[in-house]
Design a protein around this ligand. Structure first.
Ligand code: BF8
Length: 670
């Protein structure tokens, strides 16, 4: 009887308006409640964060723990006597946890890169017809930095080497970067010379990509490295192996295979799905999968098959970084950010969601159960336990057949849709695809494609500085709020923004990736430059592995001259306002190690104030870059702007000055 009387508590439901700034997402969160489907927004209310874990001071690296070392409410007065069972201090524990996050992030980016390198090798060996080299200029560029000969001497004459040979050797050397026995990661030399020399002096040049990740796991094992500075030295080496190694190779090899992005127009948000079309949403990270699905979905026989099944066509769209990859090379629309993956299925219009690796929430399988949606995993390292998930393993040797099977499965599923379709009618136009090469072209035109124009406008003060704003969504933060507030504040203050990942999708959904956004949102100086060269004030540079493009853009700015000798001299700053993944920590740390002041909403280091100070203050003296943390978006943007102004002052360009055309008399006076 007592049980009967016990009241069943209604589950807490997220307030749609408080959960997201995006109207389409708000509508779908409300829809999820109507249908009784739980999403991450609801779970964020019921599952509280661990107060010690967020401080970074919980050690679970051996079975005597977890040892939890919360920071006393009153802070630490005098000696910090907190210790784990083995005696590990809060600094050691926080540093171990921090660099394990770097290892996780670097592993994810770099393993993605390795997979692309393997496909590239298959293509170079002509083992697959599905993948072929698209960008030969990029192949030559990559071959050169990997030390592969691109010319051959015949009878005393220097001739171009056979491209098939160049491709094969480049693929073999590239793949070797993950595990070679000797030497150093070759792409690291793409950094400005001063940066490379600094890393050499500090002993943080990565030897190969995998080794630096493995060494983190060793050093953080019970009873190994117990000096937070030494731990961070290895964290730095692994982060460089990611940004200037695994991620950079992923980007470059993808460009060789699938083409280097050039500006394209498209649209963003859940409203890109079409009710009368077969909707296939591709979610994950490796374009190896999505490229094939794009190719197959455009085949006339597939379109005819879709028509036969009663659909007007096939609408592809993307979630997470696959979305950015498909967008920047093909103009395929963005369906949504990380936090919209469940919401996309709740439209009832997704006939198939195809996923590969990273940022895929396990709950999408539970949501898919409530609809007709086929959820298809494709990668051998990323399966799901729920029984409704279909696994079709994607392999470059039969990629077209795999893609055909997937697309056909989606088409066949179209007729199984229920009456519950509700696609929010919200989407925004965008321009994306600003790789280093296309930005150079835009800035300089066809006669002098260079970064001089950007440098000139930074020096004359029209552009105050450059910001890289990147990263995830986080269910603990109102969806997209901080991305948008920070980006708007930066461009309002004449700081041009380079963006990737989910920040890029958020900006697209807000209409900020349109050239017209310059007139409505940017300061007068930045707006003038954007209008003159025809670019948006926020440039979409691709997916998260493409943060390597931001590093290379910064390097081009250094090379163009007038703004110092190193990335740390530039009036530039980085930000990840809504970060959540380990990849974000690795990215943040390779930005910091490259000399960039990088601000996150919060850092998992606050429980160890000495270690926190080390990475947020002392690191600047060592590497010219440091971490910062600020939750309030406007203050966050102004920390970045203050740093940009500090750098302008150091460069002696803090007073706006226009280039003066001097007449003869003025020259004589000089
Ligand atoms: O790699 S920004 S939520 S999608 S981790 Fe994931 Fe974060 Fe989005 Fe792409 Ni990057």
């Amino acid at each position: 009887m007592a049980e009967e009387k016990k009241k069943v508590k209604a589950p807490k439901l997220a307030d749609p308006i408080a959960s997201s700034i995006d109207v389409a997402s708000q509508e779908m969160i409300a829809r999820s409640h109507e249908l009784g489907i739980e999403t991450i927004f609801d779970r964020a209310l019921t599952m509280k964060q661990c107060a010690i874990g967020v401080q970074g001071t919980c050690c679970k690296n051996c079975s005597m723990g977890p040892c939890r070392l919360p920071l006393p409410k009153a802070g630490i007065e005098g000696e910090d006597t907190r210790k784990g069972l083995c005696g590990a201090t809060a600094n050691t524990i926080a540093a171990r946890n921090f660099i394990r996050m770097i290892a996780g992030g670097a592993a994810a980016h770099s393993d993605h890169g390795r997979c692309v390198a393997e496909v590239f090798l298959s293509a170079a060996r002509k083992e697959t017809e599905a993948y072929q080299i698209k960008d030969f200029d990029k192949l030559i560029e990559v071959a050169k930095y990997l030390g592969v000969a691109t010319t051959v001497e015949v009878d005393g004459e220097e001739l171009d080497r056979d491209l098939d040979e160049v491709a094969l050797e480049t693929a073999e050397v590239a793949l070797g970067e993950w595990g070679k026995a000797e030497g150093e990661v070759l792409s690291v030399k793409k950094a400005p010379e001063a940066r490379y020399e600094l890393w050499k002096k500090m002993g943080v040049i990565p030897r190969n990509i995998d080794r630096e990740i493995v060494e983190i796991m060793h050093r953080t094992h019970m009873g190994v490295d117990q000096d937070y500075k030494n731990l961070m030295k290895q964290g730095t080496r692994a982060a460089i192996a990611d940004g200037w190694g695994g991620s950079m190779l992923a980007t470059d090899l993808q460009d060789i295979l699938f083409g280097t992005p050039y500006p394209v127009q498209s649209e963003a948000n859940l409203g890109v799905m079409k009710e009368d079309h077969v909707n296939i949403v591709i979610h994950g990270h490796e374009p190896v999968l999505s490229e094939m699905i794009i190719a197959v979905a455009q085949k006339q026989e597939m379109l005819d098959y879709a028509n036969k099944k009663g659909a007007a066509g096939i609408q592809l769209s993307g979630i997470c970084c696959t979305a950015n990859e498909m967008l920047q090379r093909h103009g395929v629309p963005l369906c949504g950010t990380f936090l919209q993956q469940e919401l996309a299925i709740i439209t009832g219009a997704v006939d198939a969601m195809v996923v590969d690796i990273q940022c895929i929430m396990q709950n999408i399988a539970n949501v898919a159960k409530c609809f007709h949606t086929k959820l298809i995993t494709t990668h051998p390292i990323a399966k799901m336990e729920q029984e409704n998930v279909i696994h079709i393993e994607f392999d470059e040797h039969h990629a077209i057949e795999d893609a055909e099977r997937i697309v056909k499965m989606a088409i066949d599923n179209y007729e199984n849709r229920g009456s519950e379709v509700m696609i929010p009618q919200h989407k925004a136009p965008l321009v994306a695809g600003f790789a280093v090469e296309s930005t150079e072209y835009h800035l300089g035109g066809s006669f002098r494609g260079t970064y001089y124009t950007l440098n000139d406008n930074i020096i004359n003060g029209r552009i105050r500085g450059v910001a890289g704003v990147v990263g995830c969504n986080n269910a603990r933060t109102k969806h997209n709020r901080d991305h948008i507030a920070i980006c708007k504040e930066l461009i309002k203050n004449d700081v041009i923004v380079l963006t990737t990942g989910c920040t890029a999708i958020a900006c697209a959904m807000e209409g900020l990736l349109m050239p017209e956004a310059a007139a409505t949102h940017a300061g007068a100086g930045l707006a003038e430059v954007c209008e003159t060269v025809g670019i948006p004030p926020i440039l979409h540079l691709g997916s998260c592995v493409d943060n390597s493009r931001i590093l290379l853009a910064a390097t081009e700015v250094v090379k163009a001259g007038g703004l110092g000798n190193d990335i740390s001299d530039l009036p530039a700053a980085g930000s990840a306002p809504e970060w959540m993944s380990e990849k974000a920590i690795s990215i943040g740390h390779y930005f910091v190690s490259s000399g960039v002041y990088t601000v996150f909403s919060n850092l998992p280091t606050t429980g160890a104030p000495v270690f926190n100070d080390y990475i947020c203050k002392e690191f600047e003296e060592l590497y010219g870059g440091m971490w910062g943390a600020e939750q309030d978006p406007i203050k966050h943007a102004h920390l970045m702007i203050a740093h940009i102004d500090k750098k302008r002052k150091e460069l002696g360009i803090d007073k706006a000055r226009d280039r003066v055309m001097m007449d003869f008399a003025a020259r004589q006076a000089l």
